[in-house]
Design a protein around this ligand. Structure first.
Ligand code: NAP
Length: 281
């Protein structure tokens, strides 16, 4: 009698590069039937080639987290092809750079549309599937900036704090249905993230009162990038979390984020602020 092997089905957003790209390959290489989604499938060449070469169970689908129809189409494809979704990885995101006074509300709203409402929109459509299955894991990619404020990226930080609060609350709501909600908090990574950051228009103009501190932050980020963590470490962490029957709620990835969270835990608010002002601004 043939034995049917049930592969876990994973849906990942933002797989054109970085964490999404590496996680899609890592999960597929480890037996997950993987639906790697991206908003622009013209960027899928490298992922498609690697997947074909290694004969992976990986399918590339179009999904823009800001587009309701595109989310619906992708989820319907997964439902019709795999009949279930065991793992949802909300990864797609970008950074908006600029001191708050230099940000427009539209720039901030766009930042929230992708990094926060994008997460909510997909999660809302996947929960009923997982609830009927009585199982599933939702992995939300937050950041060290989901726990600590940073100057020059207040809007980005706010989206990640929002993701953290949402995830922490959802964990309680979904636990009775056998659905886990996990938060991943990476530090600075070697991905396209910093290249893809949107720089607020006002902060690029001459005369912004924040151009000097923004320059300093940019230089610090460039320095940190030299020792940045590889996105494969995040992918490995996600695989480890998915293999754990009783995972924790939060996982950090990278020494930088470990150090800053430890400092925030151990120092007084005044000492922590002093340290941040000396090192960052
Ligand atoms: N890099 C870091 O230092 C770092 C640290 C902590 C947390 N994170 C978080 O990690 C996640 C992944 O970032 P990454 O470092 O891997 O950066 P990345 O290489 O720039 O990847 C970001 C991915 O998100 C996609 N994306 C952006 N807007 C989208 C939308 N509307 N719909 C669908 N996909 C969209 C991008 O697609 P396109 O190629 O089409 O733009 C890309 O695939 C983000 O949530 C980020 O906030 C990053």
């Amino acid at each position: 009698m043939a034995i049917m092997v049930m592969h876990q089905v994973a849906l990942i957003t933002g797989c054109s590069s970085g964490i999404g790209y590496e996680t899609a390959l890592t999960l597929a290489r480890n037996g997950f039937q993987t639906f790697a989604t991206m908003r622009d499938t013209k960027k899928s060449n490298s992922l498609a080639k690697t997947s074909e070469k290694e004969k992976l169970a990986l399918k590339i689908l179009e999904l823009d987290v800001n587009d309701d129809k595109s989310i619906e189409n992708a989820i319907n494809r997964v439902k019709s092809e795999a009949k279930r979704i065991d793992v949802l990885i909300n990864n797609a995101g970008y950074g908006l750079v600029g001191f708050f006074e230099d940000l427009t509300l539209d720039e901030i709203r766009n930042q929230f549309e992708t990094n926060f409402f994008g997460v909510l929109n997909i999660t809302k459509k996947v929960i009923p599937i997982m609830r009927l299955q009585k199982s599933g894991t939702i992995v939300n990619i937050s950041s060290g900036a989901g726990q600590v404020g940073f100057p020059g990226i207040s809007a980005y930080v706010s989206t990640k704090f929002a993701v953290e609060g949402f995830s922490e609350s959802l964990m309680y709501e979904l636990s009775p249905f056998g659905i886990k909600v996990i938060i991943i908090e990476p530090g600075v990574l070697k991905t396209n993230f910093f290249r893809n950051c949107v720089i607020s228009e006002e902060s690029t103009k001459n005369g912004s009162p924040y151009s000097r501190p923004l320059d300093k932050i940019q230089k610090n980020i460039d320095l940190m990038q030299e020792h940045a963590t590889s996105p494969t470490d995040v992918a490995k962490m996600i695989l480890q979390v998915l293999s754990n029957d009783e995972p924790k709620q939060r996982y950090i990835v990278g020494n930088d984020v470990a150090m800053i969270l430890e400092a925030k835990r151990n120092l007084s608010d005044i000492e922590f602020k002093k340290m941040m002002m000396q090192n960052i601004i």
